[in-house]
Design a protein around this ligand. Structure first.
Ligand code: ATP
Length: 178
């Protein structure tokens, strides 16, 4: 069916992305301006999802991030797309970014369905999806977070998740500044 074909196509694209994330060309001297990338992304997301409220709590004058703009954008899209996909009635997403020593602490928080604590350690595994029947309608492959984790760690950052079922999810990432 067309739906199966669409899923297959997304799987192939995600697998290609994962391969790229495993072998990123980390060019020395690459830097990304987080507030500018966020502004563009959120502007587009507000158009695609007019029913959502995106709130930004981003420090003024953040240092540049030591990572390519393309990688940073890809990571943000994965996290924001998940927050949208796994939100229900409360369509509020808060993005915050602040400086913490030589790093930037970036977080994406939603008020969606949340993740049961026993599943949290597994969500970074390839193809892992909680409750396949439920998530099938949102059409993911279970590769998004593993791609994000690869990209973040190859760029010397770290990612962690806090979540409560029925309350919401907060993904925290630490990224080195230039
Ligand atoms: P895709 O590859 O399209 O991102 P996916 O969303 O299924 O598909 P991941 O991004 O790797 O894959 O996420 C893995 C699983 O973790 C999801 O299937 C979902 O169950 C859970 N999850 C991820 N983000 C959230 C979130 N913000 N709120 C609730 N559950 C989440």
């Amino acid at each position: 069916s067309l739906q199966e074909l669409t899923r297959l196509k997304k799987l192939i694209i995600d697998l290609l992305e994962l391969t790229r994330a495993e072998n990123p060309r980390v060019l020395s001297g690459e830097k990304a301006n987080l507030p500018i990338i966020l502004q563009q992304l959120v502007k587009n997301l507000e158009m695609i999802h007019p029913d959502f409220l995106f709130t930004m709590e981003v420090d003024q004058q953040l240092p540049l991030i030591a990572m390519s703009e393309q990688h940073l954008q890809q990571i943000l899209i994965i996290l924001l797309d998940n927050s949208v996909k796994y939100s229900r009635e409360n369509k509020t997403i808060v993005i915050s970014a602040k400086r913490k020593g030589n790093e930037i602490l970036l977080s994406v928080m939603d008020r969606g369905i949340g993740i049961q604590s026993e599943h949290i350690p597994e969500v970074f595994n390839r193809f892992y999806r909680i409750d396949k029947a439920r998530s099938r309608e949102s059409g993911g492959t279970g590769l998004g977070l593993s791609i994000a984790k690869q990209l973040i760690e190859k760029n010397n950052g770290a990612i962690s998740i806090q979540s409560k079922e029925g309350i919401g999810t907060k993904v925290n990432i630490l990224l080195p500044t230039v």
